[in-house]
Design a protein around this ligand. Structure first.
Ligand code: FES
Length: 315
């Protein structure tokens, strides 16, 4: 026998099998959550991760198939599939990673690399409400840093930690493209704009007390798992929720109005407000000029094909 004395060769060419290792085989009756936490003597997670139980797979498989069918290449479905498993458990577990890998023909290392790259995927069980405080530049200088510091004190938890009652997870997040409403706090990815330390404290207290809170804009708040399912690309089935999403608010459109030469409401500015019809006239002129250019190009191309183009054109 080749190899080090006393060591038996793995007959499956070194591939890891369920039950490999000193702790004995993973019992099929062991709860999955417990199996998920099993570690080797080095403190590393034991491989492979436990699979989802049959009843979970029965529920997930048709959804996964629907997601995968949206893409020409199955591996492109990884991001929504990770949201799907996050909707199942509230975070992306090792079992969830194994599930995605099996569905897409990827390795668990490839799936893990993606799941750990994007911060929207949580790798640990977390609270019902994911409270994200933007501490990126604009929000930070307008009070985001202060809000985050005060929420940590108020809740008694640090970044990426969860309150003991399992209600709130706190995270400082990067810019959420809502700088025009800075400083912003997000709950389960819905916006709470123009926050202060006081309003943010009140917000988390209401969430913990089970009081209904409404985001400043957008649809009603739903649980983190429901949000994850919507992010996986499934419709928001709450009546009226889609219509509540609304359009861009006044601060978001301020730049556009200024670019058009319009005054901002309530500013008492002296800019000339560009009349709407003038805008559409301009758009029409541009469109007509483009159409004329396209027709000219087509004519030119036809002439060249027929060999009737002018010498100057050929040059
Ligand atoms: S800096 Fe906070 S949303 Fe952009």
């Amino acid at each position: 026998m080749r190899g080090r004395a006393g060591r038996r060769r793995d007959r499956r060419r070194g591939r890891h099998r369920p039950g490999d290792g000193r702790r004995g085989p993973v019992s099929t009756t062991e709860p999955r959550e417990k199996a998920e936490q099993r570690t080797t003597d080095l403190g590393l997670p034991e491989l492979p991760a436990a699979p989802y139980p049959a009843e979970v797979r029965e529920r997930l498989d048709p959804d996964a198939a629907e997601i995968i069918a949206r893409y020409p290449q199955s591996r492109s479905a990884l991001l929504p599939l990770l949201h799907l498993v996050q909707a199942e458990e509230g975070f992306v577990s090792r079992t969830g990673i194994r599930y995605c890998a099996e569905q897409l023909g990827l390795t668990t290392a490839e799936v893990t690399a993606v799941a750990t790259f994007y911060t929207m995927y949580r790798r640990r069980p977390a609270g019902e409400y994911h409270v994200g405080v933007c501490t990126n530049t604009l929000c930070a200088v307008l009070g985001g840093d202060q809000i985050f510091a005060e929420l940590q004190d108020h809740l008694g938890i640090g970044n990426n930690e969860t309150t003991e009652d399992g209600q709130i997870s706190l995270e400082h997040i990067e810019c959420n493209a809502a700088c025009d409403y800075a400083p912003v706090v997000m709950v389960n990815w819905e916006f709470f704009d123009n926050q202060t330390p006081e309003s943010a404290r009140e917000l988390v207290d209401q969430l913990r007390a089970g009081t209904d809170v409404a985001p400043t804009r957008g649809a009603r708040l739903c649980s983190f798992r429901e949000t994850a399912r919507i992010l996986a690309g499934f419709p928001d089935e709450r009546p009226g929720a889609v219509d509540e999403s609304g359009a861009g608010g006044a601060p978001s459109l301020a730049g556009l109005r200024l670019a058009r030469g319009e005054t901002l409401p309530g500013t008492g500015g002296t800019h000339i407000v560009a009349p709407r019809q003038e805008d559409s006239r301009e758009t029409e002129d541009v469109r007509e000029a483009e159409d004329a250019r396209t027709a000219e190009d087509a004519q030119q191309a036809g002439a060249e094909q027929d060999g009737t183009g002018t010498e100057g054109d050929e040059a």
